[in-house]
Ligand binder design. Structure first.
Ligand code: NAD
Length: 356
């Protein structure tokens, strides 16, 4: 029987509530699909600051490295907002991603049939379906390049540098092509090659890697056009491959098409399929402890973990199906709709388990 060790970082605000529902669903999937899971708890963000004075204790990094995958709730909240930038909970979040070498961020944007009405995009534009995946480079580019301020002849200026090395582009491109091969076999690489030299290297490299994947149809799109196409015809995309900054912006745009922040999962992958899985929303301190949190984004993050790290695609699909069925029976307050039972975070977790 397969056995996995998962490090659980519950974090702050609604983090503990949503993670408890997700691990409950993972346990149910383990029973059903014949594998076992051991959880090890570690501290991150505000809870780590309170316990140790550090948003990312070394023990947390060690625990994550010693596990098969990491499940994260969310971090942050008003209690820690007045701390200096480098001591805040969010510092722990950026720190853990870089300590674990997580260079690829995967964000699916999917329309659940039961939630079509929640999308801000018109039904006729969404079309029959929308199921796209943004693959964003996470540890390079302008967010990590040279930066600074200088004053010349009394005039102050500031600069940030977009720089990508060939190996950085190659490894993120391979992640995206591997995914496209398993999905709809279409990859659109986003750049600004009409202006930026780094984008020209990006485009050349993607074209070269594409030769290793003859079954994947490749296209290139300028980022400004892509921002427009996402709201004009989102159904045209399967996998979108982007640099760090372009993906930051486009993945938020793409994810909003699906309507609710409480539904959106994400994965951050490193070498050898290791990954950290988390909902894209924050710690929602305004509803923490009220039972109103929607646990489905975290439950869907567990489904991504099964698919991309634990290699159990059937279990992953079963969770996605159970979530779809749950949505047609009951809703948490953030996605409430007339005629359907309103449930708490815990009740939604129970319902998904029941339908799995
Ligand atoms: P947020 O995502 O926490 O909340 C935005 C709004 O969405 C709130 O009204 C909240 O109640 C609602 N919401 C979010 N998730 C929900 C869920 N699962 N179910 C129901 N409603 C949900 O963003 P924010 O308010 O800007 O930030 C709150 C804190 O979270 C801040 O400290 C911020 O720094 C932190 N944050 C953390 C992460 C992370 O851990 N990955 C991401 C974003 C923000």
């Amino acid at each position: 029987m397969k056995h996995f060790t998962i490090t659980v970082l519950k974090g702050d605000g609604i983090g503990p509530e949503i993670v408890d529902q997700a691990t409950k669903v993972l346990d149910r999937a383990a029973d059903k699909f014949g594998f076992t899971v051991t959880y090890q708890r570690a501290l991150l963000g505000g809870e780590a600051i309170d316990a140790t004075g550090n948003p990312l204790p070394q023990e947390t990094i060690d625990a994550c490295k010693a596990s098969d995958a990491v499940l994260l709730g969310a971090v942050g909240g008003p209690k820690w907002d007045t701390l200096p930038g480098d001591q805040r909970p969010e510092k722990g979040l950026l720190g853990i991603r870089s300590a674990l070498g997580l260079f690829a961020n995967l964000r699916p944007a999917v329309i659940f049939e039961a939630l079509r009405d929640a999308s801000p995009i018109k039904q006729e534009i969404i079309g029959d379906s929308m199921d796209l995946m943004v693959v964003r480079e996470l540890t390079g580019g302008i967010y990590f390049g040279d930066r600074g301020r200088e004053t010349n002849h009394g005039v102050e200026s500031a600069y940030d540098t977009e720089r990508y090395s060939l190996p950085e582009i190659e490894r993120i491109a391979r992640v995206a092509f591997d995914l496209a091969e398993k999905r709809g076999k279409k990859l659109c690489s986003v750049d600004k090659a009409n202006v930026l030299e780094s984008s020209r290297l990006w485009r050349e490299t993607v074209a070269r890697i594409a030769k290793e994947y003859p079954q994947v149809e490749v296209s290139n799109m300028y980022v400004d056009n892509c921002a427009m196409q996402l709201v004009r015809n989102p159904g045209q995309f399967d996998v979108l491959l982007t640099s760090n900054i372009f993906g930051d912006i486009l993945s938020d745009e793409a994810s909003m098409i699906s309507g609710s922040i409480g539904m959106l999962a994400s994965a951050s992958l490193g070498e050898n399929q290791f990954g950290l899985y988390e909902p894209i929303h924050g710690s929602a301190p305004d509803i923490a402890g009220t039972g109103k949190a929607n646990p489905l984004a975290t439950i869907l993050s567990v489904s991504m973990m099964l698919k991309y790290t634990l290699n159990l695609p059937e279990a992953a699909k079963a969770i996605e199906d159970a979530v779809s069925k749950a949505l047609s029976q009951a809703r948490t307050p953030d996605i409430r709709t007339e005629g359907l039972r309103e449930v708490t975070c815990e009740q939604m977790g129970d319902l998904v388990c029941e339908l799995l």
